[in-house]
Structure formats: structure tokens, C-alpha cells
Design a protein around this ligand. Sequence first.
Ligand SMILES: Cc1ncc(COP(=O)(O)O)c(C=O)c1O
Length: 369
Amino acid sequence: MGDLLDDIKKIKKILLPGPIDIEDEVLRAAAIKPISHRIPEFSSLYLEITRMYDELVGLRRGDGETILAPGSATLGLDMVYANLLTEKSRVLVVKYGFFAKRLEWMVRRYSRSVDVLETAPGTLPSLDEILGRVENREYSVVTMVHNETSTGVTARYIDELARICRKNNAIFILDAVSSIGAEELKASDWGIDVVVAAPQKAIGAPPGLAIITLNKRAIEAVEAARRHRSVPYYYDIPMYIRYKREHGWIPTTPPTNNMYALYVALKKIHRYGIDKFIEMHKKRSEKIYRYAEKKGLKIFPENNEYRSRSVLVIEKNNAISIVDYVKKKYGILIATGVAEMADKLIRIGMMGFMDEGGIKKAIDIVSAL
Ligand SMILES: Cc1ncc(COP(=O)(O)O)c(C=O)c1O
């Protein structure tokens, strides 16, 4: 067997809906030696990463806390549910794709009373449909995905939904894994209680961390839930918050090198300007949708208003073999659909500082097949 990394190096371009192609400057930071995570140099790094991230997620100083947990975004979501839900919690899962299905699977492990409001893949439940439920059923928690990476659909009523949840005493938990940086998100102004995200999407850093933001209301709810039962040690959100506040530490050994890279990726976004970065996603996606349609491709979500700005999803038969062919022939990684849609959809990432030309080239290739 040859060197397996040689095969990996053959991949020239990554156009996945995460992990995305990482800028050289970010990648180089990951090659710095992993220092101790118990020295002041590390604490400064952790605190600066979360300070920069808080600006991206719109959490004002003093409104809550962002913690990093070693693991993927799914760990972050599972931690949040484990800390917030009890058997008696009444939960509403708003579901319009595969990643929300995962939320449902997770939530059902903690609560017996779970309602699901579901629409077909490629569509989105209307705000009125959700309100109809939230206003009548006394939910303690409402949870959903902001940008459904599996279908390329984005819910752009998060501000209103967060307000309704607060009015009805429900904690609102948002999976912003593939929207953070690509969509406007204002945790403090909109009153979103919990936001979970990851570095490997629009932020443009390597995977390996869950980024969890809780406002004061969510932290209080976690503490209240704690009085009724304990959570696994590794999942203990109050412990993560205490370690951060008292020492600037993460309780266990973190992926230090990924944090170096995340720091540089966030600095790049700040240098560029957060609002400009979000606007760039909007403008680029509009151009990409126009281009893909001009090339005769069928965009999966029909409604322009909820089309994603971070992933282009097109309907295409034999998606699995096409994606494989594109990898072998061109060294370009694009993605198939997810689960039962695997062979019917092709997904092309358009997030972070990806250049438009690369995305258009992938569209050219796919439309010719
Ligand atoms: C919307 C959404 N939620 C959750 C996840 C899971 O993230 P991870 O694989 O980092 O656990 C993904 C991954 O693509 C996602 O797109």
C-alpha cells in the first residue's frame, strides 16, 4: 500500500457543503505545535476566539456565554439537549430535512413528549404553521435547523420565531451549523436562547469543535434542569462555563491545532468585515443560482425566498455516480444528497471565501453530464 495521504492530496478542490476548502493562511496555523491548554497563552487564545465568534453570532458582552467543546457540531447539539431537557419537557421539532431529523432523534432520547412539525424536503414550514403550534401547546423547548444543508433551504424568520418562543416561555435552540457567517444571525437582538455551530462550514476552519452559545435565560434553564437530574460528565455545560470563566480553559484536552486555525479564520472574517462577509454570501449565491439555471440545472428548492446562501442543491438523477466521476476525473469534491435523497440530489458548497469561478466550474461540469 502506498502512502494514503498521497491519495488524499490528489483532491484539488473541495466544494462540499462542509468541510470547505481551507485558506492556506488558516491551514498553516494548524501546523503550529500544540501547546499546553493550561497555560495563559492558551487561555488568551480561547477567550479571543469566543470574543470574535460572539460578534459573528451577535451575542453582546454579558448576555451569555460561548463555549467550545472538543467534538463535532452534533456533540454540541446533543450536549444542549442533554442539559436542557428532562423526560417531562414538551418539545417541538420543526423539521424540513435530514439534519432536523437528527435533532428529532436526539431530542427523543431525553424527552417523552416530542411533537414534530414537518414539511417535505425542499420546502419550509411557514411561520404561521409554527406559531399555531407554539401558541397552543405550552412547549418548554422549540428547536430547528436554520439552514438545512441536506436540501438547501433556509428559514429566514428566526427573529420573529425567537420572539414568539420567548413570549410563550419556550427555550429556542437553533442549529446554525451551516448558516453561521452565511446568514444574518443576531443572538442578543433576536433573543435566540441557544445557537450551535461548527468551524468547518462558512467560518472556514477544520472540523473538530462544537461551538455552543447560550444566553442568560438558557444558562438559568440548564441550571434549573440540573436540579432534577445529572448529565454525563463530558456533557456538563455549567462545568464548561465555570472552567472558561475561572481559568479560560476547556475541561479536557482540546484540539489545540484546530483552535489555532479557527482563530486565524475568525480574524480573516473580522478583517473583511462581518456584515460584508454575510452580504458576500447573499450576492454570490444570487449569481450562482442565476448561473446554474442558465446552464439548465433544476434547483431543488423552488421558492427563491428560502433558497440557501451556503449550499446549492440541484436535482439530478444518478447523483452518486456523477459525484464519484467528478472526483476521479477532476479531483473536485462535491456532495450527493443525504440519506434517501442520496442519488437524487447534488450539493455544491458555496460558503466562506470560496471563489465563484470554482463553483461555476463545478456547475459547468455537472450540467454537461
Ligand atoms: C445543519 C447541520 N447540522 C448538523 C450537522 C452535523 O455537524 P457535525 O458533522 O459537525 O456533527 C451538519 C453537518 O453537515 C449540518 O449541516
